[in-house]
Every structure is written in structure tokens, then in C-alpha cells.
Design a protein around this ligand. Structure first.
Ligand SMILES: Cc1cc2nc3c(=O)[nH]c(=O)nc-3n(C[C@H](O)[C@H](O)[C@H](O)COP(=O)(O)OP(=O)(O)OC[C@H]3O[C@@H](n4cnc5c(N)ncnc54)[C@H](O)[C@@H]3O)c2cc1C
Length: 391
């Protein structure tokens, strides 16, 4: 028996990665530390991402997008997060909603929004979470009551990334609050920016993930035309949101790989520069063990992420695989950011080095797109019921 197993990117994917890598090296890495600390919105970086066509990553080519495969999608988020994870946030929920509109939208919704979302002339995000419900989305209380050819929306959304730039913002609502089970009464409405009663009330102060804004959104008697109901039929909102999650987990896993890679890169560099007791600290076995362990975990996280992405591209159901990648990669980012900080000694705690940002950014990946605890229960359920067999 002969055969090879090729773990390499295709020549096209490699070329694409090199383009993104060079953009990150030239335009993101030199400014990330200062802009992040200053809380400056990275408008110039957004403009280059528009020119590179990155807002159209998951918009089909027919609508002017890139229609990227999932591995290239992962490579994009990995490379950008190596520079500054916050920048990936500007593209993340935008891409997820582009995918959702392309997959579930009516022809009219796709024609109206996708070309401008692809160019970045319009941007978007997604509003699922509320002050009282995150993991338990069926517990949301935002309602949309039908009134003639409009819906009247009332409620509060929480933690909405890109809320100040989103137009439209897809909002998860209850069109039938009495439905049982609750998900049968849930829908997504595409709400245009500037609709009366739609108000971004505050930016939430965060540990990290600076760059994109994460906001509270208040919806007070917002009148939304009925043809803004995603897909044109009530009761599909929960399924539409969940269907985007596999792509979302690849996004988060890839961000985590990028953060972990940077933590490792910084540790490796510091180990060859810093001296103590007359030698580079990389000469101490204690530092070598950290370097070796970090490099091994980063590569394992990357391969798991690309593998899960490739399963999606093969058209297979990949909820278990994408959940495994997201959990493992985010734990790797947490591990590597702390280990890198230890390698840096006191300077790791200084705002003058990159590693403190990585340490503040890493925890988000363990929370977003399903907390790791919840995703582990998802993985276990699919294994125990025999729906997935990983070997
Ligand atoms: C920076 C940032 C940006 C965000 N951006 C967005 C956005 O753009 N749009 C959006 O809609 N949301 C966004 N979110 C919200 C995010 O998706 C939620 O925080 C996440 O889903 C968890 O929900 P929660 O915070 O309500 O926690 P909870 O659901 O209250 O969870 C609290 C704890 O309980 C555990 N838990 C809950 N249910 C179970 C269970 N069944 N089994 C075991 N453990 C359980 C959780 O694992 C966690 O440890 C963002 C959050 C952050 C921090």
C-alpha cells in the first residue's frame, strides 16, 4: 500500500495567505500596540481590507464577493489575528451575516444587500445576545409584533460587535413569544441603520478585543417592513443563526491560532535576545520546554482548524469537528499567551510589549461562538449518540 497525505495549502491558498500576511506585517503589526492602547478605531486598516475585497470573503462571486473556501477563510482570520485580534472582529460577524443572508435571504434581500456588503460599502454584524440570555438564546425577550405590512420590534441586545457600523443589523426576535418549543417562534429581521427607535445606547468597556465596538442596542417600537424578515418566513430564525455557527467556530478557532502563533513568535524572539547569567535565556531548559510545548500546541491547533474547515468545504456536517477545533485552539491561545508572558519575565507585564495584549485578547475565544464548556457538551453528545465518530 502506498500513498501520501498532503497537509499543505494549495498553491492558490498559499499565494492568498502570503498576500494577507504581507498586509498584516506592513499595515497592522506596526500600529497595533499604540492604536489598541489609544482605543483608536482602525479606519485606515478597514479601508485596505475593503480594497483587498475581504468584506466579501463569504459573499458568493455572483454578488461580487470572493466566495472563499473555508480553509482560506480560516487563513485570513489566523493571519489578521497574528497582527491584532480586534481587527478580525471587524470582519468576523460581518462575514457570518453575509453567509447567512446569502444562504437564507430572499432574492430581493440578496440583491439589495450582498453587493454592497461584499465591497464593504455596507457593513454588518449580528444581534443575538441579550442582557438576560446568551447561551440560552431561546430565552430572549425581544419581540416583533406584526402590524399590517410591518413588524414592531421592542427589546434590548447586548454585546453587539460592529453595532455602530452595521447596516443592516440582523436581529434575532420572537415573532411568536408563546410558541412551544420557543425556537419555532423565533425569526431574524434585517434592521437598517437609522430606523427610528433603533438606538446604540453604549459601548461596553472590555478587557481586550479593542478596535471593534461591542454595544448595547435598544429597540423601542422600531417599525421594520415585513419584507425584511430573513428568508421571508417566520419561525426560522434560530435555525438560520445556528446554521452560521459552524463557519463562526472556524472563524474563532482561526483567530485563536493567530494569537497563539504570535505569542509563540514573541517568546521565541525574546528567548534569543534576553540574556541572564551570561547566556541567552533560550539556553535554559525551563525556557526550552515552554518553547517546544507552545510550538507543538500551535501546530496541533492549526491542523485541527484546517481539518475542520476542509470538512466543511467537503460539504459534510462538521458541528463536532468545528467545535473541537474552536475549543482546542482557544485553550491553546490562552495557554500560549500566559506561557509567552512567563518567558518575557517582568516585561511580559508591560504595555510596551505585545504579549500583554495577546493575554487580554485570548479569553474571548473561549467565550465567543459558544463557550468552551457548552461546546464540549455538544461534542460529547454527538459522540455518545453515535452521530459523529472521530478517529
Ligand atoms: C467581546 C464580546 C463580543 C461579543 N459579540 C457579540 C455579537 O456581536 N453578537 C452577539 O449576539 N453576541 C455577542 N457576544 C455575546 C456572546 O456570544 C455571549 O457572551 C456568549 O454567547 C455567552 O453568553 P452569556 O455571556 O450570556 O453567558 P451565559 O450564557 O450566561 O453563560 C454563563 C456561564 O454559564 C455556562 N453555561 C450556560 N449554559 C450552560 C449549559 N447549558 N451547560 C453548561 N454550562 C452552561 C457558560 O458556559 C458560562 O460559563 C459577545 C461577547 C463578548 C464578550
Amino acid at each position: 500500500m502506498t500513498g501520501t497525505m498532503d497537509f499543505a495549502l494549495s498553491p492558490e491558498q498559499r499565494l492568498y495567505r502570503d498576500t494577507i500576511r504581507s498586509f498584516v506585517d506592513k499595515e497592522i503589526i506596526p500600529v497595533a500596540r499604540d492604536w489598541e492602547h489609544a482605543g483608536r478605531y482602525p479606519a485606515e486598516i478597514v479601508e485596505t481590507m475593503q480594497n483587498l475585497g475581504l468584506f466579501g470573503l463569504l459573499v458568493p462571486e455572483d454578488y461580487g464577493g470572493m466566495g472563499a473556501d473555508s480553509v482560506s477563510f480560516a487563513v485570513t482570520f489566523e493571519e489578521i489575528s497574528r497582527g491584532w485580534m480586534g481587527i478580525a472582529g471587524i470582519l468576523g460577524s460581518h462575514s457570518l451575516s453575509c453567509w447567512m443572508i446569502a444562504r437564507h435571504g430572499t432574492e430581493q434581500q440578496k440583491d439589495r444587500y450582498l453587493p454592497e456588503l461584499a465591497s464593504g460599502a455596507r457593513r454588518t454584524g449580528i444581534a443575538l445576545t441579550e442582557p438576560g440570555a446568551g447561551t440560552d438564546l431561546q430565552g430572549i425577550t425581544t419581540t416583533a409584533r406584526r402590524d399590517g405590512d410591518h413588524y414592531v420590534v421592542n427589546g434590548t441586545k447586548m454585546w453587539i460587535t460592529n453595532a455602530r457600523h452595521a447596516d443592516p443589523l440582523p436581529v434575532l426576535v420572537k415573532t411568536d413569544p408563546n410558541a412551544a418549543p420557543a425556537h419555532r417562534g423565533m425569526s431574524i429581521l434585517l434592521i437598517d441603520a437609522g430606523t427610528p427607535g433603533f438606538q446604540v445606547t453604549r459601548d461596553i468597556l472590555k478587557l481586550g478585543y479593542k478596535g471593534p465596538e461591542s454595544c448595547e442596542v435598544l429597540l423601542t417600537d422600531v417599525r421594520v417592513r415585513a419584507d425584511q424578515l430573513l428568508g421571508g418566513a417566520e419561525g426560522r430564525g434560530m435555525q438560520q443563526a445556528l446554521s452560521a455557527l459552524e463557519t463562526g467556530r472556524i472563524n474563532v478557532a482561526a483567530r485563536a491560532v493567530g494569537v497563539a502563533q504570535r505569542a509563540y513568535d514573541e517568546a521565541l524572539r525574546y528567548a534569543t535576545e534576553r540574556t541572564a547569567f551570561g547566556q541567552h535565556i533560550g539556553g535554559f531548559q525551563a525556557i526550552q520546554l515552554k518553547i517546544a510545548e507552545m510550538a507543538t500546541r500551535v501546530q496541533a491547533a492549526r491542523l485541527l482548524t484546517y481539518w475542520a474547515a476542509a470538512r466543511l468545504d467537503a460539504g459534510e456536517r462538521a458541528d463536532t469537528e468545528t467545535a473541537m477545533a474552536k475549543v482546542f485552539a482557544s485553550e491553546t491561545a490562552l495557554y500560549c499567551s500566559l506561557e509567552s508572558m512567563r518567558v518575557h519575565g517582568g516585561y511580559g507585564y508591560s504595555q510596551e510589549f505585545e504579549v500583554e495584549r495577546l493575554y487580554r485578547d485570548a479569553p474571548l475565544m473561549a467565550i465567543g461562538e459558544g463557550t468552551n464548556d457548552v461546546l464540549q457538551t455538544v461534542i460529547a453528545r454527538s459522540l455518545l449518540t453515535g452521530r459523529s465518530a472521530v478517529r
